[in-house]
Design a protein around this ligand. Structure first.
Ligand SMILES: [Mn+2]
Length: 261
């Protein structure tokens, strides 16, 4: 058996390559053709993931009932650095290898520079781990907000889609991802004792006698976007709300009648 000492050891070729000056190992500048190929690949991947994730979230109740342990994370707002930090800390080997679930409280896009990457990642994880990875809707998961390029400028999700994919494909990606957003649940309860929602408790739930069942009555894909509300959960259905008021009114009338008799 021969023994090799440090002095006779010659480093493997891959290590020698790494140690060569930066200039000689720098990747060639990508051509426009290459850029277009990458863009088309990403565009297809995002659209496929949005369709697949939508099929999952469409079947979920509008109010998720989750069990602990569950990590709850707030607004990512297109911030890939934060997302990567949480990933490294909380699910370094992927959500499947983690003991708990993950609940994201909406606002995945806008403000930060990487809305597309963030939304692509959370959709991909939803496809991979649908029973450990939960997403609820924030006010930025609406077309009125994430399409507001005037207000958010380069931080706008629409602006980033148009810049990365061009006008036609950019609008398509933006629309398909928004169609997925339309199907997101609106709130969650953990162990039946912790209420999780984006942006506060909806007014309708602050009324006496109100119930979380109101949230369950919101239709997925009801295209909240048309109603102009910036907070998904305020969109408790008008008919359910009317029914609730009617029930209360008839109860009051009945008790008044009983008092008179
Ligand atoms: Mn926010």
């Amino acid at each position: 058996m021969t023994s090799r000492t440090c002095s006779t050891y010659s480093s493997p070729s891959w290590l020698r390559q790494l140690n060569t000056p930066t200039q000689s190992r720098r990747a060639p500048r990508p051509s426009w053709a290459h850029h277009l190929q990458v863009s088309a690949f990403l565009h297809d991947a995002i659209i496929k993931h949005a369709h697949h994730a939508k099929r999952i979230t469409l079947r979920e109740p509008r109010l998720l009932e989750l069990a602990s342990p569950c990590h709850v994370l707030g607004d990512l707002h297109g911030n890939l650095v934060d997302l990567n930090f949480f990933k490294t800390l909380l699910w370094p080997a992927g959500p499947a290898a983690s003991a708990g679930g993950f609940l994201f409280l909406g606002d995945f896009v806008d403000r930060g520079p990487d809305s597309i990457a963030v939304v692509a990642y959370v959709m991909a994880m939803k496809c991979l781990e649908p029973s450990k990875w939960w997403l609820i809707r924030g006010n930025h998961e609406t077309r009125e907000v994430n399409g507001n390029t005037e207000h958010y400028g380069e931080g706008s999700f629409l602006w980033q889609c148009l810049t990365m994919f061009g006008d036609t494909d950019g609008h398509l990606v933006w629309e398909v991802v928004n169609t997925f957003f339309d199907t997101l649940p609106l709130a969650a309860s953990i162990d039946g004792s912790i209420f999780a929602v984006h942006g506060g408790i909806p007014k309708a739930l602050c009324e006496p006698d109100s119930s979380l069942d109101l949230i369950l009555q919101v239709h997925a894909c009801a295209c909240a976007c048309a109603c102009g509300s910036t907070f998904a959960c305020e969109r408790v259905p008008t008919r359910a709300r009317e029914r609730q008021i009617e029930t209360r009114r008839s109860r009051e009338q009945k008790s008044k009648k009983e008092e008179r008799e």
